[in-house]
Design a binder for this molecule. Structure first.
Ligand SMILES: [Zn+2]
Length: 244
């Protein structure tokens, strides 16, 4: 972090305070943040609000409570890492509900396939995070905010592949083995049509598995630890915290 950023940040923290009533109202539905709140988290949220830019899509009004709710959930994963882990982009676009996207992909024969999709969230490499507020506020089966911001961390070292930049001292092989095993077991259960505790969408690819497991790590840490002890340990080392 350069001195200018440092100076700007200390100025933001000196001049601004998070309103306690707003904080409580914004996080009423987000217990997992309240369980893990601290002054450090609140300071990070202030900086996040100062440095990121929110925009509403389709005429959606992004209220202060919505900004705080999104910022707080986005900041919890980087509470012990710092805001620089969200460097290189600024925008957060909030849709009232799920949004349509047009996708195209070229297969190995050079044929381009196009399709339309409905998304609850998306993280663009080097670009904005897009979120459906309806999904963020009301979908009990996913945490779209933690999910998309986990993708952002994963994208810091290139394409999202389920391996974010690991810290010095972390064992890359231990990470790969823990996640390979957890992912393989999970995909097998999905293929067999078994009820899975995690969203079956996590079987799409290792990047989605990492994002979905990160949601579980923060929202249901005890159950995550019980079901995926090795992957849990790696997430603990990466996020440098054990959520309550
Ligand atoms: Zn995803």
């Amino acid at each position: 972090m350069g001195w200018l950023t440092e100076w700007k940040r200390s100025r933001v923290l000196k001049k601004h305070r998070l309103d306690e009533g707003l904080w409580r109202a914004a996080l009423r539905e987000f217990d997992f943040v309240r369980r893990n709140e601290s002054q450090k988290l609140k300071d990070l949220v202030l900086l996040f609000l100062a440095e990121k830019e929110f925009a509403g899509a389709h005429g959606f009004e992004v209220t202060d409570a919505i900004r705080v709710a999104i910022a707080a959930q986005a900041c919890l994963p980087v509470r012990e890492l710092g805001l620089d882990w969200y460097r290189g982009w600024r925008g957060i676009v909030v849709y009232p509900g799920d949004f349509r996207v047009r996708r195209s992909e070229m297969d190995e024969d050079g044929v381009v396939h196009e399709w339309d999709g409905e998304l609850a969230g998306e993280a663009m490499p080097g670009g904005p995070v897009m979120l459906s507020w309806d999904a963020a506020a009301h979908d009990p089966h996913m945490n779209v905010v933690v999910h998309e911001f986990a993708h952002k961390l994963d994208m810091l070292n290139g394409e999202a592949n389920g391996v974010p930049p690991l810290h010095p001292g972390m064992d890359r092989r231990a990470w790969r083995e823990a996640f390979r095993e957890a992912y393989a077991g999970f995909c097998e259960a999905v293929e067999r049509g078994q009820d899975t505790w995690l969203d079956p969408y996590a079987a799409a690819n290792p990047a989605e598995f990492f994002a979905v497991l990160s949601e579980a790590f923060f929202e249901h840490p005890a159950e995550t630890k019980r079901r995926y002890p090795e992957a849990y340990d790696q997430l603990k080392l990466f996020y440098r915290q054990e959520p309550k």
